[in-house]
Design a protein around this ligand. Structure first.
Ligand SMILES: Cc1cc2nc3c(=O)[nH]c(=O)nc-3n(C[C@H](O)[C@H](O)[C@H](O)COP(=O)(O)OP(=O)(O)OC[C@H]3O[C@@H](n4cnc5c(N)ncnc54)[C@H](O)[C@@H]3O)c2cc1C
Length: 419
């Protein structure tokens, strides 16, 4: 299909944030004919949480983090330094509202309900990704290698199998493998010294570099869809006029529009009104990634070590290792974390990466709601929308969420497909 060139004569929409959620929102809105401006405080696209995430596009075996076993497993994990999840930050009073709401979601019924909704958005994302990559030339190290999730104990594998059987009701394929079959599926595991009882193989899992996608998409937005992206501009506050938002205040004046979308990741909570129907507390869950040049035996599959809570996958000729979930706002990464993550990955796949080289080190904060579901839709004011709170799945859920946002905005304009 030839590239679309849009005149963009529709109502003016300002999207705050050029992370993966803001950029995909802008794509859908611009394709529908809205006149779109994206405002981003960083000097380029995907410089924050969308920068060096793990790169997994996992569309059919995802689940909400608030699960029935979570509170007990985390209580035990407090005594296992290698575990990868640090919940001690939840003791800080600022996180109590989030923690209380999260614990209320840790029931079997809530997990099933939230997981079903996540899967619905993910399925929309999968077909949207096929459409978008067919229409535009986007180079982002995309592959569909499949995925292996490894468990260190038979009990852990049995629990995972039960969850996968629930997820299978909504589609997708999985296969339960013993330890030897895991190595046969992913030879990079040969020589591993971590305990593996077995794994779940997901043949349809995809991978791709989120930031590369964002950079390529930003070019399409500007060059083919007439979107304006203003980098280096920070939104300080919303300027109200009765029940509507009139403008966004920046250090250099006001930015006016007909409609405003907050897609500012974790910072959305600071910009959005203090209360609105459907507002949920959001917390940043800190994670780390290390990107090394590929080694002699780089993995083909994306591999998650569920007990060590880390993922190893190949993006082009680089191997990315991502892990840790810490309730902390501190962007500092100590050498201990880097070393622990490197050691765990090396014990799993000894020759996956050039482990002796210095990796690119990155820290990000997953913008997470208690039920793990993003907030997508109109907030209190007539012309203010939000698309935020995608937690550990924003790259996977981005296009489906953008499609839902467009439907909601188009609905308010009384049109089926946009302006
Ligand atoms: C370690 C780790 C691994 C992950 N792995 C995966 C994975 O494998 N698969 C997956 O699907 N997801 C993954 N995620 C989650 C995913 O990265 C996030 O859900 C996603 O990046 C969130 O995107 P966003 O656009 O909402 O936020 P961001 O990328 O943070 O974008 C928000 C943007 O808004 C801008 N902004 C904020 N405030 C203002 C303001 N006042 N004015 C102007 N601009 C502003 C920010 O600068 C930022 O660029 C991972 C996350 C982490 C931390």
């Amino acid at each position: 299909m030839p590239p679309l060139i849009h005149a963009n004569t529709g109502p003016k929409i300002v999207v705050v944030g050029a992370g993966i959620i803001g950029l995909t929102s802008a794509l859908y809105l611009a394709q529908a004919g809205f006149s779109v401006v994206v405002v981003e405080r960083e000097p380029g696209p995907c410089e924050n949480t969308s920068k060096a995430n793990a790169g997994q596009l996992l569309y059919d075996r995802i689940g909400a983090m608030a699960a029935p076993g979570f509170p007990t497993s985390q209580a035990k994990a407090l005594f296992q330094p290698d575990q990868g999840v640090r919940v001690s930050g939840l003791l800080h009073p600022s996180r109590w509202p989030w923690a209380g709401a999260f614990l209320r979601q840790c029931t079997p019924a809530a997990w099933q309900r939230n997981t079903k909704t996540l899967l619905e958005i993910a399925h929309r994302s999968r077909s949207a990704m096929a459409t978008v990559t067919n229409r535009y030339a986007l180079d982002f190290d995309w592959r569909k290698p499949g995925k292996l999730v490894l468990y260190s104990t038979a009990a852990g594998l049995a629990d995972a199998q039960e969850r996968a059987e629930f997820q299978a009701r909504f589609g997708g394929r999985h296969e339960v493998l013993n330890a030897m079959e895991c190595v046969a599926h992913e030879p990079a595991l040969k020589g591993m010294t971590r305990d593996v009882a077995g794994g779940i193989y997901l043949p349809d899992a995809e991978v791709g570099d989120c930031r590369k996608f964002g950079i390529a998409l930003a070019s399409v937005l500007v060059d083919q869809l007439g979107v304006e992206i203003k980098y280096g501009v920070e939104i300080l506050e919303l300027v109200r006029d009765a029940s509507r938002i009139r403008a966004l205040r920046t250090r250099n004046g006001l930015i006016k529009a007909d409609v405003f979308v907050l897609a500012a990741g974790k910072a959305t909570a600071n910009l959005a009104p203090a209360r609105f129907p459907g507002k949920k507390p959001m917390t940043g869950i800190k994670g780390i990634s290390l990107t090394f040049p590929s080694g002699d035996a780089a993995p083909d599959l994306s591999v998650t070590d569920a007990s060590g809570k880390f993922v190893v996958l190949r993006l082009g000729n680089r191997v990315r290792i991502a892990g840790y979930a810490m309730f902390s706002d501190d962007p500092k990464i100590t050498q201990t974390y880097v070393q622990q993550l490197t050691n765990k990955a090396r014990a799993l796949m000894p020759k996956a990466a050039s482990f002796n080289e210095t990796p690119d080190i990155w820290v990000g904060f997953r913008p997470t709601t208690p039920d793990d579901l993003p907030m997508i839709g109109r907030v209190k004011s007539d012309n203010l929308y939000v698309n935020a709170g995608h937690g550990s799945l924003g790259w996977t859920l981005a296009l489906g969420s953008a499609e839902i946002l467009l439907e909601r905005i188009s609905g308010a304009f009384g049109q089926k497909d946009g302006a």
